[in-house]
Ligand binder design. Structure first.
Ligand code: ARG
Length: 469
């Protein structure tokens, strides 16, 4: 191998090879090239180049005629890529040089003027921000649709009683609608985090050039505006080396994926034959190749799992960026794959959850029956003792505990104890106590703001529709 290096050499880059006699080793090309994944940035790269070229013309840095050629060539390249007629080459490293090299083939010398007052460093930072921004907008829309499905479910099931849990032990009855609206709130905050990320991200790095700015009289306001940014980045070193916009996206994505994983886990629990609270549609269930009775919630399990790669992506990029000296380092090329993968995973999770919940069948009778077990109305009884008999809450808690024990020993629910039996524990108890022992009465009484009473849930669902849809 040492004797014949020429076999593993490639040709000198026409883009940056001026000072090189020999081309890169094949392994150099293998580790260096990013085109296999950064070709996804083609639309943003072309949009950025078009804005840059228009600005160069407006600032008299290149001739109008060259500018027109560049615009025409870039449009054609976009069409070629979209038609699947573009030959991406690893020897040209990345999307930026693939586009520019093709531009040279198409329009000749004028192509070489496009890279005036620009570097791939500000170019890639701009492209990547534009890509993350587009992705954020798509995710926001998807989360909104998901909220729409959950709000609809809440309206239909504002009065459908189910057991509420703490420690996954039956705690107090709630309504299924109330439970759905809890997720609507979580997703609302997720959308808020993505919106914050978008607002902070929305500064344009283009014109930072390699790291120090440029001596050409460019107009950064113009390119920033053309690309829909709020303003140009204030510091050229920061402009080319900031990747916290991507990290912020990944952290918001991790939190959103965590929320989805909690609902996914509830779906897994609720679809088990032991719970049987809900049934997924055929479209979102899978069978077993050996056990014919099975309806498995694979989609929910995968949503529960995919957070792993999303948080993994965040950790990967944090490790890449940790300790990097200013400004650009090639390390930063490792920013894209984790972000692409996390975005795709999150989009899939949101879509699958939306589909699953849109078609879910709710077994109200099973849930209501389950809500009536496990002494779920014990708190209602304690509250009644406080309200009607003036007992301090701690005493009422104690009395209720004794009544639960009595019922448990007899294998009965609280509502099945006789008045005499109850009076044996607390003489002041009257017939009226039975009004709070049913699960329906229990949920109906939870009228405090944010509580689970059906009328609250209906009002909250309407309000959520106004806030989020
Ligand atoms: N492909 C590179 C990246 O993704 C583009 C920037 C390269 N800049 C450089 N100075 N080599 O980061």
């Amino acid at each position: 191998m040492a004797d014949d290096n020429s076999q593993t050499k490639t040709s000198v880059s026409t883009m940056w090879g001026g000072r090189f006699a020999g081309g890169p080793d094949a392994l150099m090309e293998a580790i260096n090239a990013s085109i296999s994944f950064d070709k996804r940035l083609y639309a943003q790269d072309i949009a950025g180049s078009k804005a840059h070229a228009a600005m160069l013309v407006a600032c008299d840095i290149i001739a109008a005629k060259d500018g027109e050629e560049i615009q025409r060539g870039l449009d054609q390249i976009r069409d070629e890529i979209e038609a699947g007629n573009f030959n991406f080459k690893a020897a040209l490293e990345d999307i930026h040089m693939n586009v520019e090299s093709r531009l040279a083939e198409l329009i000749g010398e004028a192509a070489g003027r496009l890279h005036t007052a620009r570097s791939r460093n500000d170019q890639v930072a701009t492209d990547f921000k534009l890509w993350v921004r587009d992705t954020l907008d798509g995710i926001d829309g998807a989360l909104q649709s998901f909220q729409g499905v959950m709000i609809d479910l809440a309206k239909h099931h504002a009065a459908t009683v189910m057991p509420g849990f703490t420690h996954l032990q039956t705690a107090q009855p709630v309504t299924f609608g109330h439970h759905m609206l809890a997720y609507v709130e979580m997703i609302g905050r997720d959308r808020g985090r993505f919106a914050d990320c978008r607002a902070r991200l929305n500064e344009c790095p283009l014109g930072s050039a390699a790291l120090a700015g440029t001596s050409f009289p460019i107009d950064r306001q113009m390119t920033s505006q053309a690309l829909g940014f709020a303003r140009p980045t204030a510091n050229s070193l920061d402009g080319v080396s900031d990747r916290d916009f991507a990290l912020e996206f990944l952290s918001a994505a991790s939190i959103a994926a965590m929320h989805l994983s909690r609902l996914a886990e509830e779906i897994v629990i609720w679809t088990s034959s032991q719970f049987d609270f809900i049934r997924l549609s055929d479209g979102f269930s899978t069978g077993s190749s050996i056990m014919p009775q099975k309806r498995n919630p694979d989609a929910a399990e995968l949503v529960r799992a995919k957070i792993g790669r999303i948080v993994g992506a965040m950790n990967a990029l944090l490790m890449v960026m940790k300790g990097l000296p200013l400004a650009y380092g090639k390390d930063m090329q490792e920013d894209k794959e984790p972000v692409f993968d996390a975005a795709q995973s999150l989009e899939l999770c949101i879509a699958a959850m939306t589909g699953m919940m849109d078609q879910v069948e709710v077994n109200g009778d099973t849930m209501a029956a389950a809500a009536g077990t496990g002494y779920a109305t014990a708190t209602d009884l304690a509250d009644w003792l406080v309200r009607e008999l003036g007992l301090p809450f701690r005493n009422a808690h104690h009395v209720t505990g004794a009544l639960v024990k009595l019922a448990e020993n007899k294998g009965l629910g609280l509502e099945a104890l006789s008045l005499t039996e109850m009076q044996g524990v607390e003489s002041g108890i009257t017939e009226a106590v039975f009004s709070v022992l049913g699960v329906e009465n229990s949920v109906a009484s939870r009228r405090s703001f944010g509580g689970t009473a059906p009328e609250n849930v209906m009002a909250a669902a309407k309000l959520a529709a106004e806030r989020f849809l």
